[in-house]
Write a protein that binds this ligand. Structure first.
Ligand SMILES: Cc1cc2nc3c(=O)[nH]c(=O)nc-3n(C[C@H](O)[C@H](O)[C@H](O)COP(=O)(O)OP(=O)(O)OC[C@H]3O[C@@H](n4cnc5c(N)ncnc54)[C@H](O)[C@@H]3O)c2cc1C
Length: 414
């Protein structure tokens, strides 16, 4: 098959697969899994590292029917794994429904996002994987396994799977009634008002270039019935025209601002479907820290502000509520996420990244699984409280290492 991308979205990873497949039926997929000794599923390829790669068979599920089945009684929707959140969102909104939160872009697949613990923002919002109520997956022996929250703690181990437990074919998500959001962008937030900003609305992001200690932009996504922020809100000024978070880029790529009300899926992401998200020419890294360590972690990075700024396009600060998913970056702790959109120059970025990791080390940073990180295995093992449980589950469900990659072998050696 040819119509499976050979590179990830950012272009920094050329997949090493020997063969690429796009099955159009479940039976075809099961045969592929049974017949291969090394196989991985890829979503929309928006990860920045080799987590979604293999030297064997790489499969896209985009050829399977894009089903969306709402169960109003249970308050869930069951969707095809490869469906993009943006496509799901328009279908849900038409039914008067929503998912509680979205990432910065709607271009990403449901299964790929859930597998890495992808998140949006909000003191009261958990990551996207925490909305998963059930999964169907093809396991290493080709069987179709259905699991749900009723399976208890074991299910909590299977949701943020890193794609390592099987090929997910369907995902069941919690839904809520549709809702409207107004997005206000404010400029120049004093750093000591960050917590108050995060607490002020449904979903809040701070953007900084690290050129000063001030947060350059705050994107405040508030429920539409909340009054607008007052003129002197937390010492900021109101943006008078729409902005892009990356300085100098065209805000046409971004969701509507200036307080114009709109449905959840047109405001919670920063970027619009059909437009380029972020800068398009970049690398990304992100670390999740316990919320209580936020001030210390930000102060530690402030000490290398110039070196970060030299290789940075923009940095985003977000908060995420705790969940119980074993490999979630937010497992067991309310979190601050410090995100970096770097310039597209790995040689220049990696030494800076190493220093960022060193400075964050005292705060038990957990990396975003789909972004660039260089932490060693022991720090990752120590930071994730359920690391050993996941390692055991991996061996149990994939005894021959069919779904393994070099990156998994590095962090979960056999
Ligand atoms: C511009 C940009 C903005 C971003 N913004 C955010 C953000 O706001 N928040 C955030 O948390 N992250 C963000 N990310 C990162 C992104 O959300 C994650 O990397 C996410 O995993 C990408 O989803 P995907 O469908 O592209 O998955 P892929 O990158 O294709 O795959 C990710 C993993 O999922 C596995 N996988 C995919 N499909 C399946 C399946 N059917 N069964 C089993 N495993 C599967 C793959 O094997 C791989 O391990 C951003 C990335 C970009 C490029």
């Amino acid at each position: 098959m040819t119509d499976v991308a050979r590179r990830n979205w950012a272009g920094n990873v050329a997949y090493a697969a020997r063969r690429f497949h796009r099955p159009s039926t479940l039976d075809e997929l099961r045969r592929l899994v049974v017949g291969s000794d090394r196989i991985r599923a890829v979503g929309t390829g928006h990860s920045f590292n080799r987590l979604g790669d293999t030297t064997g068979d790489l499969i896209s599920l985009a050829g399977l029917p894009p089903t969306v089945e709402v169960d109003r009684e249970r308050g869930t929707v069951t969707v095809a794994a490869a469906l993009r959140y943006g496509d799901l969102a328009t279908r849900l909104h038409a039914e008067g429904l929503a998912v509680a939160n979205l990432a910065s872009l709607p271009h990403i697949s449901v299964a790929g996002s859930v597998a890495t613990g992808t998140h949006g923002s909000g003191d009261g919002n958990r990551n996207l994987a925490a909305a998963v109520a059930g999964l169907e997956l093809v396991t290493a022996d080709g069987d179709l396994l259905t699991v749900s929250r009723a399976d208890g703690d074991r299910f909590a181990g299977m949701v943020v799977s890193l794609g390592a437990l099987g090929v997910v074919t369907r995902v069941t998500l919690d839904v809520v009634p549709t809702f409207a959001i107004c997005q206000y962008v404010r400029r120049d937030l004093p750093a000591d008002r960050l917590d108050a900003a995060f607490a002020s609305a449904y979903s809040v992001s701070g953007f900084t270039t690290w050129r000063s200690s001030t947060i350059d932009q705050v994107w405040r996504k508030q429920l539409a019935d909340q009054p607008p922020p007052p003129a002197d809100w937390l010492g900021t000024t109101a943006a008078e025209a729409p902005l892009h978070p990356v300085p100098g880029l065209d805000p046409v790529h971004c969701t509507a601002q200036l307080g114009e009300p709109g449905p959840w899926h047109d405001r919670l992401p920063h970027f619009r479907l059909g437009f380029t998200p972020s800068s398009g020419d970049e690398l990304q890294s992100e670390y999740h820290l316990p919320r209580a360590a936020a001030a210390g972690a930000l102060a530690a990075l402030d000490g290398m502000r110039d070196r970060i700024a030299a290789v940075l396009q923009i940095s985003e600060l977000r908060t995420i509520a705790a969940d119980d998913l074993w490999l979630s970056p937010n497992q067991g702790r309310d979190s601050l996420a410090i995100h970096f959109t770097w310039i597209d120059d790995a040689a220049a970025v990696l030494p800076v990244l190493a220093e960022v990791e060193q400075r964050l080390a005292p705060f038990a940073p957990r990396p975003h699984w789909g972004k660039v990180f260089t932490l060693d295995r022991s720090s990752v093992a120590a930071a994730f409280g359920r690391y050993a449980d996941f390692a055991a589950l991996l061996t149990e469900l994939d005894p021959t290492g069919k779904f393994r990659t070099d990156l998994l072998d590095r962090y979960f050696p056999r």
